[in-house]
Design a protein. Structure first.
Length: 173
């Protein structure tokens, strides 16, 4: 876990002045850390997860510059080279760099989920995106059924977004 704090500081500097994006990756990291700890990941997997959560959207800036879009497909192309550069500066082990870059390159490709770190990253990102994108109760329920697999992620989703609360919120808008 010795690299997580430095990656967090570097990512805040990377997104300097963009409080919305900084807040997003910090929230995703917080949920990922919590779910990973509740699911009792081993230390290496937990570290891979936390660093991937902090860097998962690192490709957005270059995507917007090159493609005039922050779409996931472009983030997944532009993210790994940026993350690799950031992590190499920290003298992070190659295995960690490669796993984090794989997660960044695939975090919108749910068919590629191949381990608990990937599963938890997807769940944590969704927990944040549901609120940021003001997803409907039906959309949240659909994602719950299709994507969520961890016991801890499911419990958090049900606690944060109980269907009756979401329906009441939408009925007032």
């Amino acid at each position: 876990m010795k690299f997580v704090t430095q990656v967090m500081l570097d990512m805040i500097a990377y997104y300097s002045g963009d409080a919305r994006r900084i807040s997003h990756f910090l929230k995703v990291h917080s949920y990922a850390r919590l779910i990973g700890e509740l699911e009792r990941l081993d230390n290496d997997t937990q570290e891979f997860l936390e660093i991937a959560a902090l860097t998962h959207d690192i490709g957005i800036l270059n995507s917007e510059l090159k493609y005039k879009s922050s779409a996931g497909q472009y983030q997944q192309i532009e993210g790994p080279p940026e993350a690799r550069e950031l992590l190499r500066r920290l003298i992070v082990p190659d295995a960690l760099i490669e796993r984090v870059c794989f997660l960044i390159a695939n975090h919108h490709n749910y068919a590629a989920i191949d381990g608990p770190d990937f599963q938890i990253l997807v769940e944590a990102d969704f927990l944040v995106n549901a609120e940021e994108e003001k997803m409907s109760p039906d959309a949240i329920e659909s994602v719950r059924e299709q994507l969520f697999k961890t016991e801890s992620g499911l419990k958090l989703l049900s606690t944060i977004y109980p269907r009756q609360f979401i329906e009441a919120l939408y009925s007032h808008n």
